[in-house]
Ligand binder design. Sequence first.
Ligand code: C2O
Ligand code: CU
Ligand code: CU
Length: 484
Amino acid sequence: MKTLSRRQALVLGAAGTAAVAVGGGGLLWAQAPFRAETGERLKEPGNLSSQGRVLKLRLEAAPARIMVAGRPASVAAYNGSLPGPTLRLRPGDRLRVVLVNRLDMATNLHVHGLHVSPTGNGDNSFVRVEQGESFDYEYDLPANHPSGTFWYHPHHHGSVADQLAAGLYGAIVVEDPERFPVTRERLLVVSDISLTGSGSLRPPSAAEQVMGREGEIVLVNGQVRPLLSATAGDRERWRVINACPARYLRLQLEGSQLQVLAFDGRSLAAPAPVDEVVLAPGNRTDLLVEAVYGTTTLRAASFDRGSMTGMMGSGQGPRTEPVDLLSLDTSGTQRSGLPPVTGTGRPRDLRKEPVAARRRLDFSMGMGMGSGMGPGGMSFTINGEVFDAGRIDEIVSVGSVEEWTLTNSSPMDHPMHLHVWPMQVIQQDGQSIPGPRWQDVVNIPARSEVKVLVAFDDFPGRSVFHCHILDHEDRGMMGVVEAR
Ligand code: C2O
Ligand code: CU
Ligand code: CU
């Protein structure tokens, strides 16, 4: 795809030039495979915490030449690090970000999952920050904002996948009111990236864009399969963010169960023991891990996200290969002396509240010719329409609860994301979900249906919902919702 390679080149900007200079004597260098830097200790991004109810920062999106998988790579990053700094806030805080655009293309900023206003200089996806310019964002977290794990990334329509794949993402943690009883907490931002031998970004093919691109190298906090160490008896809380543009993470901890504390920044009523947790692109989970003597691996198992039979003339579907994310090395023994983890949240159940309106959103992919078509002549639509920033697709009333039926008439999964308002999943393929399950990205499996309830309690204004396979979003699988 010509246009995409151009975009990729633009994202690289100055660092791309530097790469050429550095790589001058680099034929050998270009041939050396990327080393899997296993055994490197886990690093965490730098933290920026609010002081006196405000966190003010300058966030510069710029080309960067940094080490990825043991080699210098030309990426794009926030404040020169991959991931960008972790923003630590408390409910009721104000977050002020001066976004500086040093990329060679337009960008903007989205605070994924935060329940904040979508208007003006808030979480407004319609803002466009041109290259060389800056924009002052200001977000006010309500005093009752949930504590949890959120994240930020660019949202400029048409280049979201490229910018995220280039390295632009970072975590947001809304801290608990009281200290959570764990020995330590870890932040694990999972991303993927494809690099050429000389360390520049490899643009995706048309087919990869139709499927949703999966980077060849999977990173945790910018590292390949880092090592964590603990003492037997330690109790850890892992905040895991899926910042991949399209890869699903079916998380399994070798030889043990996982305990889910929270999903998409919303605490469950009690920790839930499970064998695996699937994170669609954009999802987060907070896990409780009890360290036992020995070495264990956090793995993303293989995942089928549909089949393209009858679509691309082959039965090949997008299938995600398994990958080891990190290893946890536990030695010695001690008693943690920590109090037990009890009920963490009291999630609201919207099934007890009256539904003011019902609507249906159908996610589909079609073959065709003409304008509005994406790579491979494929269109990506919601209710038959390609995204148009000037059109309002759904009008909802502030203060109402709505039931949305999300259908997928295409042969591959689409993770649906709604900004500002989280969704309570109540039914999947005719099966009702027992307890309250809150998410801000909900996977709609191929050829199936999911029902969600949404409480539009506050925040009038225009916002968006879209597929979080970002190549699909960029090709038009997005709609506009206005709350009035
Ligand atoms: Cu994480 Cu509209 O995006
Ligand atoms: Cu979002
Ligand atoms: Cu999709």
